[in-house]
Design a protein around this ligand. Structure first.
Ligand code: UD1
Ligand code: CA
Length: 460
């Protein structure tokens, strides 16, 4: 039987400059599938139920503290980042008791939780546990050095690899390490910086531990793809592919019909009912909830969207902050902006923009319209080219359209304005005052004909 170890103390390293990213943003704030790298690491960290999470930052990565203001995080300022070994030493300058410590790198976002549990389980007194991985292309990583019998000798960083045969070592250091606090505090000061980069490498701890007679236990990660470290933009793209594959596999298992796993992106969460179909090139961001039988057409982008059962989004739509009832039909080429509610059976057609508006049930805006700051009832039909004129240059005003109104084509509704129930607005009208219920309201000049008018001929 495995005993449950006490709650660990977590140290997350995020003080490095991340120069290889060529970015103004600290590396751990770079986004992977819609969330900063550090958010991924923190999610895993929190799942370990730690006593404390210490995040090591430097003066150059202060922005991290501003982005992550969660109360459970303790930021430790490393000052000048002198290497990963220095970072952990600073992080453990004060520790109460002798907890197990797990070190995670802020730029290694996808380590599975069970690997971490396994490492913590074996890190007893006088023991150091290390997560390694076998990579086809080990370039850039610290290599695990072993003697011919396979006994661990240490870790060599890429820059310090002496013999060419060491370059060919495929077992790499993932950066994840577990040990008891007291053991770490004993060993860390022994790390020196007499290496190619003049840094205090945490990886030196392994040689120090072996020297001191510690047992160093390595564990080979089951899925090497999950141990990827992010140093360059290319690594971020690789990680994005890894995340995509993981998410797609999970969604396909749940029965979501994804046409092409390579052409689908989830940068947030998706809750999907049965028989949901997602065509190619779809990007889902934030929190997306799709009811039974919902279909999303090709190349549509949905952010924070909720759609009721049997709804359909046709191709090339951009929906952001939309809550729709059942059987709504949207697009192709529609843009719906935040705070929009659509009722059951609503139909939003091509080149229609809607924002901060609510529509009742079975209402339509099928072609070329702008609907902003409007309250629209049930069974309303907005003809082609209807525009709510909601902005007077200083303030936004509301348009109210009651049930069963028919607004003809090319009508401007100058807000604030109310169109009464069942009213009919003639095409081409500019409506500046409330239109009463029931009647036909027209606001356009009379049509006239000049019978003896002569067409101008060509000049000269
Ligand atoms: C590191 C490991 C390498 C391993 C690889 C796994 C060392 C010396 N090398 O190399 O063996 O294969 O990760 O991805 O540890 N950081 C600090 N303070 C510092 C320096 C770095 O907090 O003074 C942080 C960085 O922000 C980063 C992490 O530590 O999140 C790793 O640093 P990085 O420079 O990326 O190390 P690698 O060269 O990738
Ligand atoms: Ca790295």
């Amino acid at each position: 039987m495995r005993d449950t170890p006490a709650r660990p103390l977590l140290v997350i390293l995020a003080a490095g400059d991340g120069t290889r990213m060529h970015s103004r943003r600290p590396k751990v704030l770079q986004e992977l599938a819609g969330r900063p790298l550090l958010a991924w690491v923190l999610e895993t960290a929190r799942a370990l139920d730690p006593t404390e999470i210490r995040v090591v930052i430097s003066p150059k990565t202060q922005a991290v503290r501003e982005v992550f203001q969660d109360a459970d995080l303790h930021f430790v300022d490393q000052g000048e980042p002198l290497g990963t070994g220095h970072a952990v030493r600073v992080a453990l300058a004060r520790v109460e008791g002798n907890p197990r410590v797990l070190v995670l790198y802020g730029d290694v976002p996808l380590i599975p939780l069970d690997e971490l549990h396994a490492l913590l389980n074996v890190a007893g007194p006088g023991q150091l546990a290390l997560l390694t991985a076998e990579l086809d292309d080990p370039r850039g990583y610290g290599r695990i050095l072993r003697d011919p019998e396979g006994n661990l000798r240490g870790i060599a960083e890429e820059a310090d690899l002496a013999a060419p045969r060491d370059r060919a070592i495929h077992e790499i250091n993932t950066g994840v390490l577990a040990a008891q606090a007291r053991d770490l505090v004993t060993l860390l000061p022994r790390i020196r910086n007499d290496n190619a980069q003049h840094e205090f490498y945490l990886t030196d701890l392994v040689a120090q531990a072996l020297d001191a007679g510690f047992q160093v236990i390595t564990r080979l990660a089951a899925d090497a793809g999950r141990t990827l470290g992010i140093n360059r933009a290319g690594d971020l793209a690789t990680a994005e592919n890894t995340v995509r594959a993981l998410q797609v596999a999970r969604l396909l298992d749940q029965g979501v019909r994804i046409r092409d796993p390579a052409r689908f992106d989830l940068r947030g969460t998706l809750e999907a009912g049965r028989d949901v179909e997602i065509d190619v090139g779809v990007i889902l961001e934030g929190a997306v909830r799709l009811g039974d039988g919902v279909r999303i057409g090709p190349y549509s982008v949905l952010r924070d969207v909720e759609l009721g059962a049997e709804s359909e989004v046709f191709s090339h739509c951009v929906l952001d902050g939309v809550k729709g009832g059942e059987r709504v039909r949207i697009g192709p080429f529609a843009r719906i902006r935040p705070k929009t509610r659509l009722g059951p059976g609503d139909r939003i057609g091509n080149f229609v923009e809607i924002k901060n508006s609510s529509l009742g049930r079975d209402s339509k805006a099928n072609h070329l319209s702008y609907v902003g700051d409007a309250e629209i009832g049930n069974g309303v039909n907005l003809g082609a080219g209807v525009v709510t004129v909601n902005y007077d240059g200083a303030n936004k005003h509301r348009t109210v359209i009651e049930d069963d109104v028919m607004v003809g084509c090319d009508v401007q509704l100058v807000a604030p304005v109310t169109i009464g129930r069942g009213a009919f607005i003639g095409a081409g009208s500019t409506i500046v005052r409330d239109a009463p219920a029931g009647g036909l309201t027209l606001a356009r000049s009379e049509q006239k004909t000049i019978p003896d008018w002569k067409r101008p001929g060509p000049k000269g």
